[in-house]
Design a protein around this ligand. Structure first.
Ligand code: NAD
Ligand code: UDP
Length: 324
């Protein structure tokens, strides 16, 4: 395969997708970004529009699309709980029909295709830290199921296209990732806490804040995805990509207060249904097969993210488009 590749990024205008597009364009590839802007906006990729190697297509991935490409990164899917629960049926359609459409394209074009899966496939895990062979504890009928089960079904489709049709697939299970360009109103914990701290508003701890998450900086994550795409053909995954540094949500709140210099009070709110109690990736597989490990500590990445939040105008961001 030539070193310059034609690469499709679905969900390419989103938080992770826009950074991935930047990286791929900078590496000299011909990049097509497909997005319906459900949870993102054109401003995320506006700086790439004049680049001859970048093309932006407004399209909903639940519908087939005919393109000729060498590689596909399938990121199209709302990712924040508030976003994916906004229209849960659409979330499931995006995961499942989106997977079928990109897999069909990969089969026709003999392209490699990578699925952005999630640590949510482990649900509220009984195994800690989570290894890839752990099958998870997902509530199939709860409010998070549209996302968790949609992503699980997508993994099934990827492996079946791989086994039955010989499609060259890759599955990465992404753990909580944060950084500049995350949607300030996505309701995720990092964006909520930074926004609240900078505005001097109360920091909303859901539950008592003792639940844990492991936070990966955006650049580390995108590097892991690219390594997986370029990794060995006998390694479809799934592989965990995340930062094993584990923090309680209360610790995250306290670090955010310290780094912003804010005196916002911490207040407790009800814990959402099925909120996982703890989450930490075992990344030994990524380390051994991809020679990958994260390099950005939470304190460092949070500082950069806070700087970005200070630099943007919140009025420029809107909530997800209704009626999707
Ligand atoms: P994001 O919401 O910023 O990006 C998703 C993008 O997909 C948006 O641009 C959105 O408009 C687009 N999209 C949604 N539905 C679509 C559809 N039907 N057709 C076309 N485009 C559509 O979220 P993100 O954090 O950048 O997540 C990107 C991917 O990574 C998602 O698949 C998500 O599930 C996965 N992921 C992210 C995290 C994380 O912590 N950020 C963790 C696990 C998995
Ligand atoms: N959370 C919180 N306050 C907020 C937003 C989230 O305490 O304002 C908690 C949430 O209950 C969860 C954790 O932070 O335990 C991570 O939430 P997020 O929505 O970012 O991601 P996910 O639950 O999908 O990991």
């Amino acid at each position: 395969m030539p070193s310059l590749k034609r690469i499709l990024v679905t969900g390419g205008a989103g938080f992770l997708g826009s950074h991935l597009c930047e990286r791929l364009v900078a590496d000299g590839h011909d990049v097509i970004c497909v997005d319906n802007f459900f949870t993102s906006q054109k401003t995320n990729v506006v700086h790439l529009l004049d680049h001859p190697n970048f093309e932006l297509v407004r399209h909903d991935i639940i519908h087939p699309i005919w393109l000729e490409v060498d590689e596909i990164y399938n990121l199209a899917c709302p990712a924040a709980p508030g976003h994916y629960q906004f229209n849960p049926i659409k979330t499931m359609k995006t995961s499942v029909m989106g997977a079928i459409n990109v897999l069909g394209m990969a089969k026709r074009c003999r392209a490699k295709v990578l699925q952005a899966s999630t640590s949510e496939v482990y649900g509220d895990p009984e195994v800690h830290p989570q290894t890839e062979d752990y099958r998870g504890a997902v509530n199939p009928i709860g409010p998070r199921a549209c996302y968790d089960e949609g992503k699980r079904a997508a993994e099934t489709l990827f492996m079946d296209y791989h086994r039955h049709n010989g499609v060259n697939v890759r599955i990465v299970r992404i753990f909580n990732t944060y950084g500049p360009r995350m949607h300030p109103f996505d309701g995720r914990v990092v964006s909520n806490f930074i926004r609240q701290a900078l505005a001097g508003e109360p920091i909303t701890l859901f539950g008592d804040g003792s639940q844990t998450r492991s936070f990966c900086y955006r650049d580390d994550l995108v590097d892991g995805m690219i390594r997986m795409m370029n990794g060995p053909d006998d390694f479809p995954g799934p592989v965990n990509i995340g930062n094993p540094g584990e923090f309680t949500i209360r610790e995250l709140a306290e670090m955010t207060l310290e780094l912003t210099g804010s005196t916002s009070p911490l207040i407790e709110k009800p814990l959402p249904v099925d909120d996982p109690e703890r989450r930490r990736p075992d990344i030994s597989l990524a380390a051994s097969r991809l020679d990958w490990q994260p390099t950005v500590a939470l304190r460092e990445g949070l500082t950069t993210t806070i700087d970005w939040f200070r630099s943007v105008h919140l009025d420029d961001f809107r909530a997800p488009t209704p009626n999707f």
